[in-house]
Design a binder for this molecule. Sequence first.
Ligand code: PGA
Length: 259
Amino acid sequence: MARRTPLMAGNWKMHKTVPEAVALARDLRRALAGVQGVEVLVLPPFVSLWQVAEVLRGSPIQVGAQNVWFEDAGAFTGEISPTMLAGWCQAVLLGHSERREHGHEDDALINRKLKAALRHGLTVILAVGESLAEHDQQRTEAVVRRQLQAGLEGVEAADPERLVVAYEPVWAIGTGRAATPDHANQTIGLIRRVLEEQLRDRRSERIRVLYGGSLNQQNVAALLERPEIDGGLVGGASLNAAEFSSMAREAARAKAVAG
Ligand code: PGA
């Protein structure tokens, strides 16, 4: 079985002014000095991204964007291109349920963005997950399969370290109701099988699949001790440096114990 380095990503969403974001980055840098056995990534709002990257330069913490456009440049008012991020920003989150819902992003648009981001050397975290209604109708498998197949259309597993999938059941995001370790582990196992089928490449087993949705200090160990779960995509709890850094250390410990 491939060994995968756990990854903890903090999605700051639309929180923190620029000075607050800089202060949080400074606190995180201090709190995560010397951390080992886990990769840590923060996703601040665009307006703070450059300054947060400056604060974190030379630290073990990477930075990523919460969105990107698919063209390199042009008349796309309000958008940010992958060329603008490449070289100093390591990653981008795509397919988050809040962008699918409020930004009306469909699988085809996400796929275009994903291919553009990969082409420019960015790591992509592709978020997938079923809504509450889909969950109740036992359609999780079909929904996740469709989101992966369409989102990864035309993509190869050439660089598995640069493709990350985050399983985020929509009903678990920001609700305080995380998925059970059994549900998350089982769905992530399914995601892994779909990745294998889709990419037709053994290297796909090196792709990390994270869990996201109401992860916190209390539940992170129980989820990450499960073999299929390679880390977490953390919203609310990532806005607190003490909590997020202790979750990152807990993730390293859980994966080291689980082997
Ligand atoms: P949450 O958000 O941890 O606040 O539930 C997770 C996410 O939406 O990425």
